[in-house]
Design a binder for this molecule. Structure first.
Ligand code: ASP
Length: 426
């Protein structure tokens, strides 16, 4: 990684940061006022880090995607890259859903949840659960082509100013860059020069932000571990968490195999190359916030072409979430198992479709997948009066699982970047 001047590799620095943060958080929980101390004086460092990453994400997408597309020789290269990217994204997402269904039907984690756990959850519904159900329900309300309609911004500045509108920014940027390629070379030149220069500055900004990442993860982990979490409820729902973790471990093992067999990249090179981004994903729980680091790792550590990284990664951070789709499948069947809602084979097929679409529609933000779960549950006729309870069950153990999901999500994007890069070279 270009930013580090220290001799300790960045991933070790971040790993040490995570360990120190966990220790600090646990220690803070042991004395009075410790939690406030962390919240007031340590957590803000982590918050600033996440804000900086998000700050840089939108300009970085615009500039580097424009540069990537305008550096292409012709538009057919763009369409080839687009088709391959979407095909891999779809294939890995559908695979994740199928894997999820296989695991949840085989292990039946719902059978391990006791009636007391359900009664306890019902008595202590987390605040804001109704709001989450309402957001999920309203997301589901649109027509089948709504996703594409919402991809087209009505106002560029509104899209740029809203972190949830990344897809709109990507749409505008691709449209702008294609038209840039269509105008005479003399008009292209000044814009290309400006974009080149801006790209260099933005990449320098990413390097500087990454420099503080080892300290930021100390803060993020300390804040997380200082919060008191209910160990009892985690234990009660451990069967669900374990099945999901198993699914995610399988996905994480598949990516290096794919890059080995389809792109000839040694598995360890891939794993070591993306490790810093994985650790940042673990600490931030947000693919979108991790995006600048993912792009940096792929270019600097794995030598992936700028054109590929700048297209595949932003698109992936918004639409490709393998672990989120895996979770939708497992969580849906799990909730139905616990609350006695029978699922037929055709229901399971519906889950393949809706979980895939829900993960495409989910934003790369903390717990974004939970909201989309409402859509998948509704699609299999889950009774709406039980939706808050179903969601509360998943939400109760979601924080650590969300962190792991984000790691898998950005690993999936990185894997596809390597595969597309290789096939474009061929
Ligand atoms: N936090 C995940 C991400 O940003 C999304 C989710 O599954 O909730 O990739």
């Amino acid at each position: 990684m270009s930013a580090t001047t220290s001799r300790i590799p960045l991933h070790f620095q971040i790993l040490i940061g995570i360990i120190v943060g966990v220790a600090l958080g646990l220690a803070a929980g042991t004395f009075a006022g410790g939690q406030e101390l962390i919240t007031n004086w340590v957590k803000p460092v982590g918050d600033i880090f996440i804000r900086l990453l998000k700050l840089i994400a939108v300009p970085l997408i615009f500039v580097s995607l424009t540069k990537g597309i305008s550096d292409l020789k012709d538009l057919s290269t763009l369409s080839r890259m687009g088709v391959r990217t979407i095909a891999w994204y779809l294939a890995t997402t559908v695979f994740a859903v199928l894997l999820g269904l296989l695991l949840v039907n085989f292990f039946e984690p719902g059978a391990f949840v006791s009636a007391e756990t359900i009664a306890g959850l019902q008595a202590n519904m987390p605040a804001g659960i109704e709001g989450k159900v309402a957001v999920g329900t309203s997301n589901a309300a649109g027509g089948p082509l709504d996703f594409f309609v919402r991809m087209v911004p009505q106002n560029l500045f509104a899209a740029l100013s809203e972190n949830g509108s990344l897809l709109q920014v990507i749409f505008f940027t691709i449209f702008f860059s294609i038209c840039l390629l269509l105008v005479p070379a003399a008009q292209q030149e000044p814009i290309k020069k400006l974009i080149d220069a801006l790209n260099t500055v933005l990449l320098k900004m990413v390097d500087v932000i990454i420099l503080i990442s080892p300290y930021a993860v100390v803060a993020l982990m300390a804040a997380l571990f200082a919060e008191t979490s209910d160990a009892g409820i985690i234990k009660a729902l451990i069967s669900y968490a374990l099945v999901l973790l198993l699914g995610m471990a399988i996905m994480l093992a598949i990516y290096p195999l794919l890059v080995r067999f389809y792109a000839g990249m040694p598995m360890m090179t891939f794993i070591r190359g993306i490790l810093p981004a994985q650790l940042v994903a673990l600490s931030t729980s947000s693919s979108m916030a991790t995006l600048p680091v993912t792009m940096d790792c792929l270019e600097e550590n794995l030598g992936i072409e700028n054109e590929v990284v700048s297209f595949v990664c932003p698109v992936g951070a918004t639409i490709n979430m393998d672990a989120t789709s895996l979770m939708q499948a497992i969580a849906t069947v799990f909730v139905c198992q616990v609350l006695g809602h029978d699922l037929s084979w055709s229901d399971q097929l519906i889950i393949v479709l809706t979980a895939t679409l829900a993960s495409i529609g989910a934003a790369g933000a903390p717990s974004a997948g939970i909201v989309m779960l409402v859509i998948v549950l509704e699609s299999v006729g889950f009774p709406s009066e039980n939706l808050p309870l179903g969601l509360a069950m998943i939400l109760a153990v979601d924080r650590p699982l969300d962190m792991c999901r984000t790691v898998v999500n950005i690993s999936g994007d990185s894997c596809v970047a390597v595969l597309v890069n290789n096939s474009m070279r061929e």
